[in-house]
Structure formats: structure tokens, C-alpha cells
Design a binder for this molecule. Structure first.
Ligand code: 0O2
Length: 235
């Protein structure tokens, strides 16, 4: 598995190196080029990791403040990831984006991704609003798949934001994709994801229908649990 990953990473770097080499018209060997491009690629991924740390800290701060003020944590868990080189390459090739680092940065919004799992739907909107109001955050897009679920039943709130990272000599704005969902939405999405990526699923149509029913049921459950919670808090 690790060996496959390394091979794929090498393939991405090599393809990007070649494209840049052709663009710049430079005359040097493939290996030299790979070495030269490997470093900028790693640097860019390091910047995305820094951006993830910034956004994750912002959510942790909000969670702390909330727990002090209201004696409860709106966030159940936070997971972050950098998109794998193979997925980056696949997306760039499928969408016919130029295979350069500049194009990667400009066209892909989900290289750095953070998933925030909340207890209640109202926590999702509260956290999203708090984040969007921060003066170093720029909202690029907001897709509300909770109010407008996908046809298959998928629910989550998606934000693409730009966040500055402060480096030795410069400030750099980095894009981060944020997915906010409840525990029930998260469970549903991981089950559906498993099904999507499984090659041969017996009774696929039946399971897809069943998943859609489950999405409806879990949405009702989220609403009822929130109503009970509001009742307990006296809202
Ligand atoms: P992965 O492996 O999770 O990264 P974009 O790809 O952002 O340019 P798109 O497709 O409109 O454009 O983005 P959208 O709708 O905001 O979805 C982005 C991500 O949300 C997906 O990333 C999934 O993580 C998640 N997602 C969206 N729809 C579904 C769904 O129907 N089921 C599940 N399980 N997850 C979904 P990737 O890149 O597809 O995958």
C-alpha cells in the first residue's frame, strides 16, 4: 500500500515536472527536473498543512469558548487531511486543468480538507457563522447540502475559505475545504462512501434506495434530538 502510494506520488511529481519543463523550455534531464519540482510540490503541501492547522485551531478556540460559556462542546470531532497525490492528479486530469503547481493551487479547492462533526444541526450553523465573521477569513463558496440535500440523501454544510498563513518572508492565502455535519450525517456519508468505492456490490440498487430512506430517517432523528436538546436548555 505504501509502495503504491509512493509510486503514485512520483507519477504526479513527474507529470507536473514534465509539463513545467515543456512550458519553460528548459533543457535538463527528467531526473533533475523531478528533483527540482519535488521540492516546490512538498513546500506547497506544507503550506496546505499550515492552513489546516490555522483553521483547526479556530474551531478548537470556538469549542473552548463555548464549553466555558455554556458548559458543553458543540464539536464532537475534527479530522483533517491533505488530498492524496493520486487523487489530485486524477481530478486535474479529469477536469483537464493544466498540470502545473500554479494550476493546482488555483483550480483545486479541496487539497486541504477539514471535517467538523457536531452534536446538533444548530451547532453547524453557529460555528460556520462564527468562522465566516472572522476578519482574516474570506468565504469563497458555501454549499448547504443540509437545507438542499443531494439526490442520494447526502447532507453536510460545505465551506471553501481562504485563510492566511504567515511564513518567514511572506503572507500566503490558502484555500481550505470545510465540511460540517452531525454525527448521524457523518455515519451516513461514510457508509455511502464505502458503497460508492466498492467495486461489486450485490443488490446495489436496493442498497441505494435503503440508504436514501436512512438519510431521511437520520435527518428526522437530528431534528428531533435538536428539539429535545432545545427543550432541555429552555430555548
Ligand atoms: P474525497 O475523497 O472525500 O475528497 P469540487 O470537487 O469541490 O470541485 P463538488 O463535487 O461540487 O466540486 O464538491 P462538493 O459537492 O462540495 O463535494 C466535495 C466533497 O464532499 C467530496 O469530496 C466528498 O468528500 C463530499 N461529498 C459530496 N457529495 C457526497 C456524497 O454524495 N456522498 C459522500 N459520501 N460524500 C460526498 P470528493 O473529492 O468527492 O472525495
Amino acid at each position: 500500500m505504501e509502495a503504491t502510494q509512493q509510486t503514485l506520488e512520483k507519477a504526479v511529481l513527474e507529470k507536473m515536472a514534465l509539463r513545467q519543463q515543456q512550458g519553460a523550455g528548459l533543457d535538463m534531464s527528467r531526473i533533475e527536473w523531478l528533483d527540482r519540482t519535488a521540492q516546490p510540490y512538498r513546500e506547497l503541501m506544507a503550506y496546505y498543512r499550515c492552513a489546516l492547522m490555522e483553521v483547526e485551531t479556530k474551531f478548537n478556540v470556538l469549542n473552548q469558548e463555548f464549553s466555558v460559556q455554556y458548559d458543553r462542546n458543540p464539536i464532537e470531532s475534527i479530522k483533517s487531511r491533505i488530498k492524496e497525490p493520486s487523487s489530485i492528479l486524477a481530478k486535474m486530469v479529469t477536469r483537464q486543468y493544466p498540470l502545473t503547481l500554479e494550476s493546482l493551487e488555483e483550480n483545486l479547492c479541496d487539497v486541504a480538507g477539514i471535517r467538523v462533526v457536531c452534536s446538533f444541526i444548530e451547532d453547524i450553523y453557529m460555528l460556520a457563522d462564527c468562522l465566516e465573521k472572522q476578519d482574516d477569513i474570506t468565504l469563497v463558496t458555501r454549499k448547504d447540502y443540509i437545507k438542499n440535500p443531494k439526490d442520494n440523501g447526502y447532507r453536510s454544510l460545505h465551506l471553501i475559505v481562504e485563510v492566511p498563513i504567515f511564513l518567514q518572508r511572506k503572507k500566503k492565502l490558502m484555500k481550505v475545504e470545510i465540511q460540517l455535519r452531525t454525527i448521524a450525517m457523518d455515519l451516513w456519508a461514510s457508509l455511502e462512501h464505502k458503497m460508492k468505492y466498492k467495486k461489486q456490490v450485490p443488490n446495489a440498487e436496493e442498497l441505494t434506495r435503503e440508504l436514501k430512506v436512512c438519510a431521511e430517517m437520520s435527518a428526522r432523528l437530528d431534528e428531533r434530538m435538536q428539539a429535545i436538546h432545545q427543550g432541555l436548555m429552555g430555548d
